[in-house]
Design a protein around this ligand. Structure first.
Ligand code: NAI
Ligand code: MG
Length: 487
């Protein structure tokens, strides 16, 4: 039996390796970034953003009301009419390249602040979020003066002002996914980050000032759902780009119906990861672990359902449990941490509710016996075995480090089970047979399907889903068309 140590249920312990915070200073209060300036909110209100790993306040953040949203949209319109739409595309590209380069220069600070404000492990913010965000700016900067080549035979033109609302799971990366293509296509933007993770968007606003973008091309306003709704409903917006919950996505769809506003919605997911008996099992297990425990499972494309071919079920589960016992849960700023803090008390409440539901529905729950820090919001990596297809933990998005395992015997059976969900964002297939991969990728109703890997992203690849996972694509050429009139 493994000895229990403070951080992990394994018989060895890693020395602490915390990333330092002394190479930058954060302000204690952030105002709204409108028209190239920091302005006090007309609402007069502020809210706190906290560090979910210790529940300490990091900074006070302005709460934008309808009048503030109006000021931001007007600033974006003015910048569009007077400057950005008139600028030669190659000049626009230079600004976007400048943002990309500055982001690379300041990568360390952005990674640390992302982990402090949102709870994700520094290993991920440092190696995934920040480099990918910079890569998106580089990629779309390259397209700015080549839009005519991207869509031969068409005359691409900008839409105007884009309202962009992003969630808390990949705060900087989602800001990059939204802002980079919008600017490359000649639009101006008003972006609202999530209320629990506003800091890296606000640092991005400072960086954009440093890059000397013309005033009002990018406006960043903070606040919660009411601020987002005011942005969606503002008549001066030409396009809404939203990533978040399916519930809010549906609300947005209703409120823009008949207005002529365009929309892209990237919503939830309940991805199936499928392991065939002929797969390289060790590699598959590592991919499954990455697919669900990466970023605390706060990933819309998380591989939250696992389908194992019956013959290898026992081996896969034994290896999964073994690997789970070596995962380090704890301080997000520690370079050894695999699973950081859950983003908010509310989200932890949602996850804990699903753990109870899973047990009550008759599934068998496994968690390694690691100790959790006393302050902050934490969840052990969790596995549910013997899960019924109809169980809520197999159907509903949990958005936490919780994996629901089912078995299958035939290809047809697993395709049917995997597609039996309201969502259709992503899926994973593990097998050494190329023919099986092609058979599944043509039959699984999911926007992104990974084969013998998982959670791999690249700015050149489109990303988006079917059914209740939303519509529209981000990334690649598809991501450009979402910000253009193509006549
Ligand atoms: P949410 O959808 O409420 O939040 C996402 C963004 O939308 C935030 O910026 C929020 O301020 C804004 N927002 C909230 N209400 C709005 C409204 N009426 N109009 C316009 N904007 C609005 O997500 P929440 O409540 O933080 O998380 C709930 C669940 O949603 C999670 O448990 C997860 O299942 C799912 N989710 C999915 C995400 C994804 O990447 N697909 C990201 C975040 C959450
Ligand atoms: Mg926070």
């Amino acid at each position: 039996m493994a000895t229990k140590t403070k951080k992990q249920a394994f018989d060895w312990q890693l020395a602490p390796a915390p990333e330092s915070k002394d190479h930058f200073t954060l302000k204690s209060e952030y105002d709204l970034f409108i028209g190239g300036k920091w302005v006090k909110p007309k609402s007069g209100k502020y809210f706190d953003t906290i560090n979910p790993a210790n529940e300490q306040k990091i900074a006070r953040i302005a709460e934008a009301n309808q009048a503030d949203v109006d000021a931001a949209v007007k600033a974006a319109r003015k910048a569009y009419d007077n400057v950005w739409s008139k600028m030669p595309a190659a000049e626009r590209a230079k600004y976007i390249y400048r943002i990309a380069r500055l982001l690379q220069e300041k990568a360390r600070q952005f990674a640390v602040v992302e982990s402090m404000d949102g709870g994700k492990a520094i290993r991920e913010s440092r190696d995934v979020d920040v480099p990918l965000a910079a890569a998106h700016f580089f990629y779309y900067a390259g397209w700015a003066d080549k839009l005519g080549y991207a869509f031969p035979g068409k005359t691409p033109s900008a839409l105007g002002v884009a309202g962009q609302i992003i969630p808390w799971n990949f705060p900087l990366l989602m800001a990059a996914w939204k802002i980079a293509p919008a600017l490359a296509c000649g639009n101006t933007v008003v972006l609202k980050p999530a209320e629990t993770t506003p800091l890296t968007s606000l640092l991005l606003a400072e960086l954009i000032q440093e890059a000397e973008l013309p005033d009002g091309v990018v406006n960043i306003i903070t606040g919660a759902g009411a601020t987002g709704a005011a942005l969606v409903n503002h008549p001066g917006i030409d396009k809404i780009a939203f990533t978040g919950s399916t519930g809010v996505g549906k609300l947005i769809q209703k409120s823009i119906a008949g207005t002529g506003k365009k929309a892209t919605l990237e919503l939830g997911g309940k991805a199936a990861n499928i392991i065939f008996a002929d797969a390289t099992i060790d590699q598959a297990v590592e991919g499954i672990i990455n697919g669900i425990y990466f970023n605390q499972g706060h990933v819309c494309c998380a591989g939250s359902r696992l389908f194992v071919e019956e013959g290898v079920h026992d081996e896969v589960i034994r290896k999964l449990k073994h690997r789970m016992r070596s995962l380090v849960v704890g301080d997000p700023l520690d370079k050894n941490t695999d699973i950081g803090a859950i983003n908010s008390k509310e989200q932890l409440g949602t996850i804990n509710k699903y753990l109870k539901v899973g047990v009550a529905d008759g599934a068998e729950m496994y968690q390694p016996a690691c100790e959790l820090p006393s302050k902050g919001f934490w969840c052990r990596p969790t596995l549910f075995l013997n899960v019924a297809q109809s169980a809520r933990i197999a159907q509903e998005e949990i958005f936490g480090p919780v994996l629901a395992v089912q078995t299958f015997r035939t290809v047809d059976e697993v395709i049917q089970k995997a597609n039996n969900t309201l969502y259709g964002l992503s899926a994973g297939v593990w097998t050494d047979k190329g023919s099986k991969i092609f058979n599944l990728t043509s039959k699984l109703r999911a926007g992104v399907i990974w084969a013998n890997t998982y959670n791999k992203f690249d700015p050149t690849s489109p990303f988006g889903g079917y059914k209740e996972s939303g519509y529209g694509r981000e990334g690649g050429l598809h991501g450009l068309s979402a910000y253009l009139n193509l006549s």
